[in-house]
Design a protein around this ligand. Structure first.
Ligand code: SF4
Ligand code: SF4
Length: 429
């Protein structure tokens, strides 16, 4: 790594000096070193080295706080383990805070005194972002989204081609009324999706289109802005996260829609549903809900009819961290699954205590950590195998991608479906 400039160090450390962040101060100073968080983290459990213990990740940021923000740390740093932000420290932070944490939050639930470890790790990422030290692989996803409107840089004409092909298939199956509307101003719902769907999993777009068709919904996609993801949440650059969130916000107003529906993407839902009002410093002027909640509501209200006997294979749920532990949608997912499959088994543990699949926190974008990501996924693979399930349902395309790789690597022999896909399979028209 190149020698850090004074400017980089000052920009990073400034975040620790912000007096408004009383939460950070509390959580930086609270750890009692009990070690209870160690076993909660899949990185420590699968690789066994002490450096992967969640408290060690907090300590990296805390040692900088002591060095730059406390009198003792400034005067006698060696007495209080106060560290300088130099190249060695920066490399360690990048490796541990970007490359060995998915911000899944499981350790937070296991901490004996409630230290918000994921929050402190995110502050560490923000410090690295301020010093221009975000891994270039992750930064590319953010830059591509800012430049092209979607994080995969899919040209608009390719997206339109994919949608038109899907629409032809759909009308062959259901007749002319079934369509995938593009740029239809005034539609009640503006629907968004993860660009991975257009590129690798187009059938999940038609699954959602079938559900909208069955519900007789007024909806549209916008070719201008359909990407639900926001990798600014993971890179730690809040300004760029804000720009991406604002683009989607403005598109809802531009399309004159009443409701923004966030496609099946855990971090995209978190970024747009719960974080964006903070980025934008305003409440939304329209409704924002996740696909999980929308499908749940369609079934609950009888607006769509489903028959669980149409999905007979034993199924289980993988809970995306950002929708369940960090978003609270545990029962909504289960309501839909138990109404659309006839044979269901829970993983152990699941729900609020579920293990991350290993693909969160931007890990799928950072190919330099691929081996580590697939190693940590071993825990999830063994959990799935233990259920005996043939189908794993998860409402997040990042998780779908990671689970597909785990399926291949650990020879699980499963099918992976989104909530829309399993619901579409059970639709009665
Ligand atoms: S947030 Fe998740 S990945 Fe990060 S340290 Fe905690 S348990 Fe480990
Ligand atoms: S469980 Fe909490 S208090 Fe204990 S070592 Fe981990 S972060 Fe510190």
């Amino acid at each position: 790594m190149r020698k850090l400039t004074e400017q980089q160090i000052n920009d990073a450390v400034r975040l620790l000096k912000m007096p408004a962040d009383s939460k950070l101060l509390t959580h930086l100073n609270a750890c009692v070193h009990c070690g209870l968080c160690a076993e909660s983290c899949m990185y420590y459990r699968t690789m066994g080295e002490d450096k992967f213990i969640p408290a060690r990740k907090v300590e990296l940021v805390a040692s900088l706080y002591r060095r730059y923000c406390t009198l003792t740390g400034k005067a006698v740093p060696f007495l209080v383990n106060a560290r300088e932000l130099d190249e060695k420290m920066a490399e360690e932070m990048i490796d541990m805070l970007f490359g060995a944490c998915t911000l899944c939050g499981r350790c937070v639930k296991h901490c004996s005194i409630g230290v918000d470890i994921a929050y402190v790790v995110h502050v560490g990422r923000r410090m690295l972002a301020a010093a221009n030290l975000v891994p270039s692989s992750l930064q590319t996803s953010v830059d591509t989204a800012l430049l092209t409107g979607n994080n995969m840089g899919i040209p608009s004409e390719d997206f339109v081609d994919t949608i038109q092909w899907l629409e032809e298939e759909l009308t062959d199956e259901y007749g002319q009324e079934a369509c995938i509307p593009l740029n239809r101003t005034g539609s009640k719902i503006l629907y968004t999706l993860n660009p991975r769907e257009a590129k690798f999993f187009p059938l999940s777009i038609s699954a959602m289109a079938k559900i909208f068709f069955a519900a007789k919904e007024s909806w549209t996609l916008s070719t201008n802005m359909y990407d639900v993801t926001n990798y600014g949440l993971f890179s730690g650059n809040n300004n760029q996260a804000k720009q991406i969130a604002k683009r989607l916000h403005d598109e809802v107003l531009n399309m004159q829609s009443q409701t923004l529906v966030l496609g099946e993407c855990g971090h995209g839902s978190r970024a747009n549903r719960w974080e964006a009002p903070n980025y934008l410093q305003q409440s939304y002027e329209f409704n924002v809900i996740t696909t999980v909640e929308l499908i749940n509501e369609y079934i609950r209200s009888g607006r769509i009819k489903v028959d669980k006997s149409l999905n007979q294979a034993l199924a289980t749920i993988h809970d995306p961290c950002n929708l369940v532990r960090n978003g609270g949608l545990l029962s909504e997912i289960r309501f839909t699954v138990t109404n659309t499959v006839s044979d269901f088994v829970e993983m152990n543990p699941h729900g609020m205590d579920s293990f991350c699949c290993g693909g969160g926190g931007g890990q799928l974008a950072m190919s330099e950590y691929n081996d580590r990501r697939l190693n940590t996924g071993f825990l999830k693979a063994e959990q799935i195998r233990a259920t005996g399930a043939k189908v794993v349902i998860t409402p997040c395309h990042n998780c779908v991608d990671q689970l597909s790789q785990l399926n291949h690597l650990y020879k699980l022999g499963i099918k992976i479906k989104t909530l829309a896909e399993i619901t579409a399979d059970a639709l009665v028209l």
